[in-house]
Design a protein around this ligand. Structure first.
Ligand SMILES: C[S@@+](CC[C@H](N)C(=O)[O-])C[C@H]1O[C@@H](n2cnc3c(N)ncnc32)[C@H](O)[C@@H]1O
Length: 412
């Protein structure tokens, strides 16, 4: 009977499915699959009260089943009960930390909740352009602060990259773009490294991020470097927008400064990582000067190359520099919404061939830069690009890769 109901459901015959499923649960009240499908059938039939009752039964009979909580979340979301939907999706993820659909749906609810809390968009745009990159980043970080669960698969990948070399144990780590620290398991990192430096332009985010993980900071072991602009040129964009960008002559000066910027980063560390920071630097340029500007490409290239130089230069000879970079989002590549981890390498190949990646962050291009640009190749011994993984953010899913570089030892 359940299979027959599923066939009706797949064929869009929701009323026929509903009838069979109602009979089924009357006969076997503990059939969790039947309650779930019944809830979704009611949703399709525009019967929210019945949908909610069926979803609650699914949870009551299958409290340990992640899919029951997913169904309850869907029902609540349809009825605009976003907080209840969020709670249900979080529970689904807690029960099954590999539940792709639950991450996707939690991301959508978090985005909706964030949007409804916001002032009208003209006020936001005014604020952002008036205060420049710092307040723009700070707003972005606020929008992702409550994303600890959503970041789970991403955090596991990033943290394991940092823990997978036994030789790094008891060494020092520097994290550029630490922000809310949702992608870092700080307790694990502090058990492994003797010193951890967190660097970000947005001081508040690293303070709140360490607090959220209930870890004492700043301390001798965990050092906070808030308010540090890793490009050295963020102030150039204060008060600018893509509609009112800086004059070309000013940008030429800015390019010059970006190329040689001196930034006070923790030095001589064993491992340095830049996490999903390059894309933010590129998006900031797009927001404040616009991708159509004649100097955009040169400025983007200057900032990117200098970022790699400073990152690699902050590592001791023989140490590791890692660049974790989001390559493309589900806005540009909608297939990312339904793509599982297994199909991801193939999808990434297509993204590369079809050039559907974010500006300036193609990891294979970064790898080529490390080999071809003299200021980089002189410092670099080995460059590798990792397998891709998925990163869920409110309303969007990204494909992410890590480029890993070993800093060369000086010739004796
Ligand atoms: C996408 S977030 C990385 C995710 C972050 N680790 C988290 O858990 O939320 C990128 C981070 O880079 C920081 N950032 C952006 N531009 C920066 C700059 N010019 N200098 C230093 N940090 C910057 C942002 O404030 C943000 O925290």
């Amino acid at each position: 009977m359940l299979e027959e109901a599923r066939n009706h459901f797949r064929g869009g015959r929701y009323d026929a499915a509903r009838r069979l499923l109602s009979q089924r649960v009357a006969q076997i009240p503990g059939d969790v699959d039947a309650w779930q499908l019944l809830a979704v059938s009611h949703l399709h039939l525009g019967q929210p009260v019945e949908a909610r009752a069926a979803a609650q039964k699914a949870v009551a009979f299958g409290p340990e089943r992640a899919s029951s909580h997913l169904t309850l979340g869907q029902v609540m979301q349809q009825q605009d009960e976003l907080l209840a939907a969020e709670t249900a999706y979080r529970k689904a993820i807690e029960l099954n930390p590999n539940f792709h659909q639950a991450y996707q749906k939690l991301g959508i609810v978090l985005e909706e909740r964030w949007q409804t809390q916001q002032p009208p968009s003209d006020v936001q745009a005014g604020n952002d352009s008036a205060h420049g990159v710092r307040s723009w980043q700070s707003r972005f970080n606020q929008s992702t602060r409550a994303c600890w669960e959503l970041f789970t698969p991403h955090r596991r990948r990033v943290t394991s990259l940092l823990l997978d070399e036994p030789a790094d144990r008891h060494g020092s780590l520097s994290v550029l773009g630490a922000g809310n620290c949702n992608d870092l398991d700080l307790k694990q990192l502090c058990r492994f490294y003797s010193t951890v430096h967190l660097v970000d332009i947005d001081e508040r985010s690293i303070v709140e991020g360490t607090k959220a993980q209930q870890i004492e900071a700043p301390s001798e072991q965990l050092q906070l470097h808030g308010g540090v602009d890793v490009t050295g040129v963020a102030h150039w964009f204060d008060g600018r927008t893509a509609e009112h960008p800086a004059e070309t002559s000013e940008l030429l000066d800015c390019i010059q400064q970006a190329r040689t910027a001196r930034v006070n980063l923790p030095g001589n560390v064993d491992v340095a990582i830049s996490i999903c920071l390059l894309s933010q630097l590129m998006t900031a340029l797009d927001t404040f000067i616009g991708a159509a500007h004649a100097e955009f490409t040169r400025l983007a290239a200057a900032i990117r190359t200098r970022h790699l130089e400073l990152l690699i230069g902050s590592v001791r000879p023989g140490g590791r520099a890692l660049v974790v970079t989001d390559v493309a989002s589900s806005e540009m590549v909608p297939e990312l919404r339904s793509c599982g981890q297994k199909q991801l390498p193939k999808l990434l190949e297509r993204i590369m061939t079809e050039e559907r990646f974010l500006t300036g962050v193609n990891p294979f291009h970064l790898q080529r830069l490390c080999r071809d640009v003299p200021s980089l190749s002189a410092q670099v011994e080995q460059v590798r690009v990792s397998h891709p993984w998925l990163w869920y953010l409110p309303g969007k899913t990204y494909v992410v890769c890590a480029m890993s570089v070993t800093r060369s030892n000086p010739v004796p």
